[in-house]
Design a binder for this molecule. Structure first.
Ligand code: DOR
Ligand code: ZN
Length: 466
């Protein structure tokens, strides 16, 4: 099958220029001069559109199998496709979580049967319980090993336990202490993998929450209970382990000014540390809780306008190299609970691309930065760039076609997620994905899928270790 994409402006990290593209058998076969004649089975007219390397969201929790009352992989990837993503990386915390190579392969089969976009898989570190399995997960092609640092795990199901102060050790696996994290990083380093953690240091969180006489009642209390210093402490500890071991370390969902500074310092010291911004921290601040309500609760919390400004600066100077959604749905009844009781997490996989494109429309991000932040650097960070995120002959022919001026309004009821709800409901902006191509086939047009779901696994390449 030969698909000819004509008339568009190709945008990569190197710049934007008119170019046509020929895709053959799922791969990029040629970059062509605009208007160059070529035989093809199908043509896709991209006149007036920007043609980006397919957008990647490296941080999605579909909770499937096992927690499908909150979300399913079919729903989350349908939303991903509709929004303009061509690949997502699935977090490991389903039931059972991906904690060894056999579970990795099983999950790849399960997800491959229903995926609307291509996908990579994260593996999960449980602490001492699966240290010996981490190398196998990396070898299988996991994009990274994730530690839900600061969360306890249900001993039977390995589900995240959000509130565990009173739980008995029979019921929960407590989060590893700092030495336990060091042991995990060493194993991941030895395997040539990428380590990532939910970075909020649990001891700091406990001490901070203990200062609240009445517990968490207001959003200000939530910020007191989960201060930026908990994030800085975790990033600094794991960052030093990364520096020491040579392990690649990726900081997910950076939320605070001081964390950006800590990451920049570690990068300057030579640590192989990369970091992610998320749309909700870039678009909302604590002031928005008046309008959005307690459903805005997410860990780490959405902080101040000053923190937000530092995140934008971090994107501009390269300290933060990717933008993700951290799509982490819960059922509406759970999110309707008071602040202290409701689980943390928000929907976001379908709204990520329009929110980033709106920042481009406003001039906050240049098109080539968008190509880097939503595709090229994401693919390079997770070592899937032999197939994804790069416009070069031989790579997968994945493209997101963007109308940079198309106006949109987010209507939560139209989202494809299992429980269509969004903290961005009613937001409007400009710039939308109007079509996408996955492995050389038109997969989405005007927010609607074209053909049956046919997403497939992409395996990351472990780093060679000397
Ligand atoms: O708010 C959050 N919810 N933050 C996380 O890191 C995990 C997520 C979840 O899975 O619910
Ligand atoms: Zn997450």
């Amino acid at each position: 099958m030969r698909l000819h994409i004509t008339g568009g402006t190709l945008v990569t990290g190197a710049g934007a220029a008119p170019a046509d593209l020929l895709c053959e058998d799922g791969r990029i076969a040629a970059l062509l001069e605009p208007g160059q004649a070529v035989a093809a089975d199908e043509r896709l007219d991209a006149s007036g559109l920007l043609v980006f390397p397919g957008f990647i969201d490296p941080h999605v929790h579909s909770r499937d199998p096992g927690i499908t009352e909150k979300e399913t992989f079919a729903n989350s990837t349908a939303g991903a496709l509709a929004g303009g993503l061509t690949t997502i990386f699935e977090m490991p915390n389903a039931v059972p979580p991906v904690t060894d190579a056999a579970l990795f392969e099983r999950r790849a089969r399960e997800h491959g049967a229903v995926a609307s976009v291509d996908f990579g898989l994260w593996g999960q570190a449980l602490g001492e319980e699966n240290l010996d399995d981490l190398g196998g997960i990396v070898e299988a092609g996991a994009v990274g090993i994730k530690l839900f640092w600061g969360y306890a795990l249900d001993r039977a199901t390995k589900r995240l336990v959000y509130t565990y102060a009173d739980a008995s050790p029979d019921e929960v696996i407590q989060p590893p202490k700092v030495g336990g994290v060091y042991a995990i990083v060493q194993r991941v380093a030895a395997a040539g993998g990428l380590f990532s953690a939910h970075c909020e240091e649990r001891g700091v969180l406990a001490a901070a929450e203990a200062t609240l006489p009445h517990g968490i009642v207001s959003y200000a209390d939530l910020l007191t209970a989960r201060p930026a210093i908990a994030e800085v402490a975790a990033v600094t500890a794991a960052g030093e382990f990364s520096l020491d071991s040579g392990c690649r370390f990726h900081v997910v969902h950076v939320s605070a000014r001081r964390t950006v500074a800590a990451i920049a310092a570690l990068q300057a010291a030579g640590a192989k540390i990369t970091a992610e911004a998320c749309a909700h921290y870039l678009v909302l601040t604590d002031a928005d809780v008046e309008r959005v309500g307690p459903a805005m609760k997410v860990y780490p919390p959405i902080r101040t306008a000053d923190d937000q400004a530092a995140l934008w600066d971090g994107l501009a100077d390269g300290t933060l190299g990717t933008i993700a959604s951290d799509h982490a749905p819960h059922a509406p009844a759970e999110k309707a609970k008071p602040l202290a009781e409701q689980p943390a997490g928000i929907h976001g996989v379908e709204t990520l691309v329009p929110l980033v494109l709106d920042a481009m429309h406003r001039g906050r991000l240049r098109p080539e930065q968008v190509a880097r932040l939503l595709s090229e650097q994401t693919a390079a960070t997770f070592r899937v760039d032999h197939r994804k995120g790069r416009v070069r002959v031989g790579n997968d022919a994945d493209f997101t076609l963007v109308d940079p001026a198309r106006p949109w309004t987010i209507e939560q009821t139209k989202l494809h997620t299992l429980h269509p709800t969004s903290i961005f409901d009613g937001f409007s902006g400009h710039g939308a994905a109007v079509a996408s191509v996955i492995r050389g086939e038109l997969a989405m047009r005007d927010g609607e899928p074209v053909g049956a779901p046919r997403g497939a696994l992409v395996r990351a390449l472990p780093e060679e270790r000397g």
